[in-house]
Design a protein. Structure first.
Length: 375
């Protein structure tokens, strides 16, 4: 039950944004008199990410003092309160504020979940559980995205009700979550070093590009191809299903490849997904492109967490998890801001092609550089 509780907590970190993805294009109808509502609606997804990015390092220190169990209970309460606020708030400003406050809960839960994996497991067992965790989170995301899409077609407010699950999970944490460390690792290779800063930067780049999927795809699928919220939810749900399969494949990949090589492989898969998405002429093909991108993302996200845990000293695991969380969500927040000018220049669908070619070139240059260095 402790393991299941840990998996359930991890699941909520994904729900921070995906439950309301299919609802976003509907906001422009309700707030039709609000200027730049399309851009503001995208901030509904990324504002929690900004809060997480700014506060995660500080929350890491706070969690270290308060304790992981108490922090998780408090965070789940905030998750239920601020996540469900869209059920009744009437202005876009208050909606955006509630999303910002939701970020505090998500950051806390993500730090607690990541650091506890480091506490409970080590070595190959950790690789295995991280793959299971990624799969569990992603498969859960399938139901949340699909359910959010169905609810969004009924009323744009209803997807916010999904966040009430925070109140259901709090008793699980009270009863089953353990604060004690199962494994106290003393391997000499595990130490807090400058290597972690490189990992944080790569995590930022990963989310900068991967978060194009949830922030831009709904507008392409709904506005250009006329898909319903239900179909949009189904398409993005498939990405999260593939995300879980990618996470499960990490354990086998790690046997053959280094963390850096797995990172390049994941980015290569995502670049192929982008290029394919830019070539779609029928909405049904988005199911294939979504699967490709989700699979690559699942490999990468699992890789980043395990990579960080491998180098972080066990006494600083909470703080290191805080910095990794900050890097990931900083990439999420800046994703729509950085790429909006490119979208306005190329158009939404050609934008995906441009991004795919850029990533493909990036991976190719790094790969060639590594080949030259080995020689």
């Amino acid at each position: 039950m402790t393991k299941l509780t840990l998996l359930l907590i991890s699941m909520t970190t994904l729900m921070a944004n995906v439950a309301i993805i299919a609802m976003l294009p509907h906001l422009k109808d309700y707030f039709k008199n609000v200027e730049n509502i399309e851009f503001l609606s995208k901030l509904m997804i990324t504002l929690p990410s900004l809060s997480i990015a700014l506060l995660a390092p500080f929350l890491g220190h706070l969690i270290h003092k308060i304790g992981k169990k108490k922090s998780a209970i408090f965070a789940l309460t905030l998750f239920g309160v601020f996540g469900s606020a869209g059920l009744y708030l009437e202005t876009i400003e208050l909606l955006l504020l509630s999303r910002s406050l939701l970020g505090i809960a998500i950051a806390t839960l993500m730090i607690v979940a990541t650091s506890l994996v480091g506490d409970y497991f080590k070595g190959e067992e950790r690789h295995k559980f991280m793959g299971i965790q990624s799969a569990f989170v992603s498969f859960g995301g399938v139901f949340f995205v699909l359910g959010g899409g169905i609810l969004a077609d009924i009323n744009w407010r209803y997807p916010f009700g999904i966040y009430l699950i925070g109140f259901i999970l709090a008793p699980f944490v009270m009863k089953f979550l353990k604060n004690t460390t199962t494994y106290v690792e003393e391997e000499m290779q595990e130490h807090l070093s400058s290597n972690l800063f490189g990992i944080y930067f790569l995590a930022f780049l990963l989310m900068l590009f991967f978060y194009i999927l949830p922030t831009q795809m709904p507008f392409l699928v709904i506005n250009k191809f006329g898909a319903s919220g239900t179909m949009t939810g189904a398409i993005i749900s498939l990405a999260f299903l593939a995300n879980g399969l990618g996470g499960l494949s990490f354990r086998k990949l790690k046997i053959k490849f280094t963390f850096g090589e797995i990172y390049l492989l994941g980015m290569l898969i995502i670049s192929v997904g982008f290029i394919a998405m830019g070539s779609v002429t029928n909405v049904i093909y988005f199911f294939l492109t979504s699967f490709i991108m989700g699979f690559g993302g699942g490999i990468l996200i699992t890789n980043m967490s395990v990579w960080m845990l491998h180098y972080a000293h066990h006494t600083k695991r909470i703080k290191s998890s805080g910095y990794l969380t900050s890097s990931l969500f900083l990439g999420q927040f800046f994703s729509p801001i950085v790429f909006q000018p490119i979208i306005m220049y190329f158009g939404i669908q050609h934008f995906f092609t441009v991004m795919g070619l850029f990533l493909l070139t990036f991976v190719g240059i790094i790969f060639l550089k590594q080949v030259v260095l080995k020689r």
